[in-house]
Design a protein. Structure first.
Length: 246
């Protein structure tokens, strides 16, 4: 199964343009810039579709971010308006209040609070800049639930949601982004580990399984299936009680 990066680049550019025509004509695309490939490629797509004047990048380190220079390089390369808003003070204040009230909390609570704070910041910036928030998650991450609900998994439109990690990389190269940014080793930016360390399998293995249904390692296949099954709720509309007045 081949991936025609040039055709997809043209198609997703048109899709973004059409989405804004229907859901925010004249509005700006606002997205978090982490220094990773997904936010970089999503930003490049929005620039291609809307022009750099209508794209706003928001850098949101939590204290010190080791790869913040890559995020700064990306916004400079694209020539887009950008803000750098450090979330540490707000994150620490919220965390201290939560711990002070309920006591011991889980490690996942600590990890996931940061992306949820970042999404609040993105929507604040968006509402003050006539914006629409870009969801930058890709298919591979979504398939195994490697995202934070109401954090990086939120947004108003999602240009990469049906593209695997490998396809996002190809798209970024086709869009003319620097290879060292697009091919940067994915890390969660939360606990200091690479994505593949956290997941327990490689993106190459996951992408192949998603596109072909083939995974030679039965143990890895079982883990992928498990993660997909327990995280499907993240991608479904919120269930609601089907009440109908009689």
């Amino acid at each position: 199964m081949s991936f025609d990066a040039k055709k997809v680049l043209d198609d997703v550019t048109l899709w973004i343009q059409n989405w804004f025509e229907k859901n925010g004509k004249g509005c700006n695309a606002v997205l978090g810039i982490s220094g990773g490939k997904d936010s970089s490629v999503a930003a490049a797509l929005c620039v291609r579709a809307l022009g750099k004047e209508r794209v706003i990048g928001v850098l949101m380190p939590n204290g010190v971010q080791s790869d913040i220079d890559v995020a700064r390089e990306l916004v400079e390369f694209l020539g887009i308006k950008n803000y750098e808003i450090n979330i540490k003070e707000g994150y620490d204040a919220l965390m201290n209040s939560i711990v002070g009230e309920i006591g011991e909390i889980s490690n996942q609570t600590r990890i996931n609070l940061a992306p949820r704070v970042r999404m609040s910041v993105l929507y604040a910036v968006s509402q003050s800049n006539n914006g629409r928030v870009v969801n930058t998650c890709n298919l591979s991450e979504d398939y195994v639930g490697y995202s934070t609900r109401y954090g990086d998994a939120a947004g108003d439109f999602s240009p990469l949601a049906n593209l695997t990690v490998a396809e996002v990389v190809e798209l970024g190269i086709e869009a003319g982004l620097p290879e060292h940014i697009v091919k940067k080793v994915p890390s969660d930016g939360l606990c200091g580990k690479t994505d593949e360390d956290n997941l327990g399998f490689t993106y190459a293995m996951l992408d192949k399984y998603i596109r072909t249904g083939v995974c030679e390692d039965e143990e890895k296949k079982a883990r992928i299936d498990y993660l997909n099954r327990i995280n499907k709720f993240k991608l479904e509309p919120m269930p609601s009680f089907p009440y109908k007045p009689e």
